[in-house]
Design a protein around this ligand. Structure first.
Ligand SMILES: Cc1cc2nc3c(=O)[nH]c(=O)nc-3n(C[C@H](O)[C@H](O)[C@H](O)COP(=O)(O)O)c2cc1C
Length: 321
């Protein structure tokens, strides 16, 4: 499939943007398992324009990550347009605008999911960004503000009319935050309402949920967020399903190899001290449900050195094999 002029291999799923989770190391591992497209962690348009170094770090991308979008949020067309120009320094393939974040620091200031309440402003933001840079501009939305205001199809039409090249839809309202269920019907309504590609997101965790989402929405691409945390091989599973193959699965040893590679990359990227702090949540996800892992919960929450994680992995392997 194409987003603007950018080719995305539709026989796999995209990795959803996840602030504080889906940085370089995780994105790289997901890509190695066949993720079709990556979207970076959200960065504040205002922060970028005011040249915050920390904000700019969120935009850097490496060649292996392509095709990749950077994501910005904001509530003023001119600021978002200026931020999109700044994004160009980092050579992304696509620029995505966040219209789904429920967090108070984003939506409370009129950005993220608050834009769902003002489709005309959301449209002006997309138009301003699309005029400012020669890249496809996309938006990631939720299905509406709350159950009484499900308006994703209307918002999507406005965004399309203002130049959006694709729309990703997380099938929940802002009020739902992350609570089930995902409203697949509302995603399918978006797909029927627009001609640009629609990317379906929400609770896709394996081949069955992938099939259900595809069959019931007709979406052009699937997008996986939390289902990839501690399970980046979910992209290989979905790719196998979409290509009509059996997924050969992954052994426990294989899972730990992936975890250690992921955390090694994290340490290379951030340095061991910072990397191992970030590694704690990822390690806990990789170990979810494993026999004997609960006994290591406290150690995982206090990891400071890479070799400690290697030791824990060895010990858990010993009781599981
Ligand atoms: C920790 C975390 C961080 C997130 N950060 C972002 C973000 O920066 N931008 C965004 O558009 N969505 C963000 N999301 C929402 C996800 O992209 C996705 O829409 C949501 O998790 C639903 O998909 P899932 O059920 O596959 O996780 C975040 C979600 C989580 C759990």
């Amino acid at each position: 499939m194409l987003i603007g002029n950018v080719f995305i291999d539709g026989r796999s799923a995209a990795l959803a943007p996840m602030a504080g989770v889906a940085g370089h190391a995780f994105r790289k591992v997901c890509k190695e398992f066949g993720a079709a497209y990556l979207v970076g962690e959200m960065a504040s348009a205002k922060g970028l324009v005011m040249s915050g170094r920390k904000t700019a770090e969120l935009l850097s991308i490496t060649e292996e990550e392509r095709p990749m979008a950077v994501q910005i949020f904001g509530d003023e067309p001119e600021t978002v347009a200026e931020a999109a120009r700044i994004c160009m320094r980092y050579c992304p393939d696509i620029i995505d605008i966040n219209m789904g974040c429920p967090a108070h620091k984003v939506a409370g200031n009129g950005g993220g999911s608050a834009l769902l309440k003002n489709p005309a402003l959301a449209g002006r933001i997309v138009r301003a960004a699309a005029k400012a840079v020669p890249l496809p501009i996309t938006a990631k939305i939720r299905i509406g503000w709350d159950n009484d205001n499900i308006n994703a199809a209307e918002v999507a039409k406005v965004l399309e009319a203002n130049g959006a090249a694709a729309i990703a839809v997380h099938g929940r309202t802002r009020a739902q935050m992350y609570a089930p269920p995902v409203n697949i019907r509302a995603i399918s309504d978006v797909k029927k309402a627009v001609k640009i590609p629609v990317i379906a997101n929400g609770d896709i965790t394996d081949r069955l949920s992938a099939r259900k989402m595809l069959d019931e929405t007709g979406a052009d691409l699937l997008m996986v967020g939390r289902g990839a945390c501690g399970r980046p091989w979910v992209f290989a599973e979905i790719r196998a399903f979409l290509e009509g193959r059996e997924f050969e699965g992954i052994s426990l040893e294989g899972k730990f190899e992936v975890m250690l590679r992921h955390i090694r990359l994290l340490c290379e990227d951030m340095g061991e001290a910072h990397g191992m702090r970030e590694a704690r949540k990822h390690a806990a996800w990789y170990m979810r449900g494993l026999r004997g892992a609960a006994a290591y919960r406290q150690k995982i929450a206090q990891l400071t050195e890479f070799c400690q994680l290697e030791e824990i992995a060895q010990e858990i392997l010993a009781v599981n094999i």
